[in-house]
Design a protein around this ligand. Structure first.
Ligand SMILES: [Zn+2]
Length: 491
């Protein structure tokens, strides 16, 4: 494998989160009665004229800015001609030689993974973005869940005319994990600024990968294969891995690769041929005569930019500077905007940003993950977790008690204070009270005390354990350690 280099380029289609379609007023709502959200424009009836949705342009601009791309002041809509049953006009309105944004560059963080799938070392990598353009989606052919599907195909045009941003990269990726980290980066950026829900399982973010291999040192690219049906980022990564191995196998056994489109079959764990690839010029692109050029003024771009939230990378930097977090801790907290917002609230209320980070990353995220929800939907409000962290920091309850309290808060929705009161979970930090227990425990274990005096220092832990037990786990372990050390040295 080391004699080969993997070359990957990616195309992402992201549905922009508008309420209505890109060239008509029909709703984009998902799951409505099939063909209910249609009109002469998106049905492609003769004489119907498209009108551009301003909100789609605004969200397209948000998407471009979130990825650090430049927006062209003038772009042109073109017709991409092809016949397919779910495309009633016989062409798709897209952008071709004058796209919304072109020739950009995006820096991502990426890491190879070890055998267990854990990232090895995160490094920055620059990816050249060929273009980001706006276009309409096609409808959907339905082959399941309706009568006589063995004889008929059904067509639902509710999706026809839904606005998309298509984002195309240069063939800059050299491994499946780089592609994986890139798609996650783009997904988060689009979600972060509200440009798209970018949920691959719902189909509002779709991804295609162009994969080829070449011998290391070769200038020329190998024959590329387009991979489709990648319904999650993980599926995409696995599909690329499979495809790379398959291509190297064909070439090493003296065979030749076909330029073709292959589908990923997750159950079988393999790709299979869908169709041989048509060339770009087959589409006979020409400018859309029913739409004027799209003019985007600089002021418009600045207005969009100023309405956007602080972007993930800027926020990571601020978390490191302002709260003293490590790169990897800050990276985890900006993995989602709702989590970053949540963290800042907990940091503020608890008065201890680093403890807040530790509690969220080790305790809260585990609960959220097992419940399958995001921080924004956490049953424990950020203010409440902040209050809990503060109680622990102040020594009112122990860290161990705090963990149990958080689990209970998560389950019952009660506040930390209520649970602590109900369960009588008060941590004893009073030195008089703790000294009394220490005296009792020492008096009850003369044999161990003798051995300790003779140099068996490990018995210190035995005494701490006995004291904690005698206090029913309520003694503050830090105070116990201090007072016990004191006592054993002076008595
Ligand atoms: Zn319509």
């Amino acid at each position: 494998m080391t004699a080969w280099e993997t070359i990957i380029g990616l195309e992402i289609h992201a549905q922009l989160s508008t309420e209505s379609k890109i060239f008509c007023g029909c709703s984009t709502r998902f799951g409505d009665e099939p063909n209910g959200n249609t009109c002469p424009v998106c049905l492609g009836l003769p004489g119907a004229l498209p009108v551009l949705n301003r909100r789609a342009v605004e969200l397209g601009a948000r998407a471009a800015l979130a990825l650090g791309l430049h927006i062209n002041n003038k772009s042109i809509f073109s017709r991409k001609n092809y016949f397919y049953p779910d495309l009633p006009k016989g062409y798709q309105i897209s952008q071709y030689d004058r796209p919304f944004s072109a020739k950009g560059e995006l820096e991502i963080m990426t890491a190879e993974r070890d055998q267990a799938g854990h990232p090895v070392e995160w490094k920055p990598k620059k990816i050249a973005i060929t273009r980001l353009h706006l276009e309409e989606d096609a409808g959907k052919n339905v082959h399941e869940g309706l009568p006589d599907v063995d004889r008929y195909s059904y067509i639902d045009l509710n999706r026809a005319g839904t606005p998309l941003a298509e984002i195309v990269t240069e063939p800059d990726f050299r491994s499946s994990w780089e592609a994986y980290d890139y798609v996650n980066h783009v997904r988060r950026a689009l979600q972060w600024v509200g440009a798209s829900e970018a949920d691959m399982e719902k189909g509002n973010l779709r991804c295609e990968a162009n994969v080829s291999v070449r011998r290391i040192g070769d200038e020329k690219f190998g024959t590329k294969v387009e991979l489709k049906n990648l319904n999650s980022v993980r599926f995409m990564q696995r599909a690329i891995e499979f495809e790379v191995t398959r291509q190297i196998g064909v070439l090493e056994s003296g065979g030749q690769l076909q330029q073709e489109t292959r589908l990923w079959d997750e159950r079988a764990g393999e790709t299979r041929v869908m169709r041989s690839k048509e060339e770009a010029h087959d589409y006979r692109y020409f400018p859309e005569p029913d739409l004027p050029p799209l003019i985007v003024a600089d002021e418009f771009v600045e207005r969009v930019r100023s309405a956007m939230p602080e972007l993930p990378e800027a926020r990571r930097r601020r978390f490191m500077d302002q709260y003293g977090l490590s790169f990897s801790d800050a990276s985890q907290l900006i993995s989602e905007r709702s989590l970053a917002d949540y963290y800042e609230k907990v940091a503020e209320v608890s008065g201890n940003p680093r403890s807040a980070s530790n509690w969220i990353r080790s305790e809260l995220l585990r609960e959220l993950e097992s419940a399958g929800i995001s921080a924004g939907d956490s049953p424990v409000a950020a203010e409440e977790l902040g209050a809990l962290v503060r109680l622990i920091e102040e020594g009112k309850i122990s860290g161990k008690q705090g963990k149990d309290v958080l689990v209970e808060m998560f389950k019952s929705g009660k506040t930390a204070a209520t649970i602590i009161e109900e369960q009588g979970l008060v941590q004893v930090s009073d030195t008089g009270e703790i000294d009394r227990i220490i005296d009792e425990v020492i008096a009850a274990n003369p044999q161990q005390l003798k051995q300790f005096r003779e140099g068996k220092e490990t018995l210190f832990g035995f005494f701490v354990g006995q004291i904690m037990k005698a206090s029913n786990g309520k003694a503050n372990p830090k105070v116990v350690n201090e007072r016990l050390r004191n006592k054993l040295q002076i008595s």
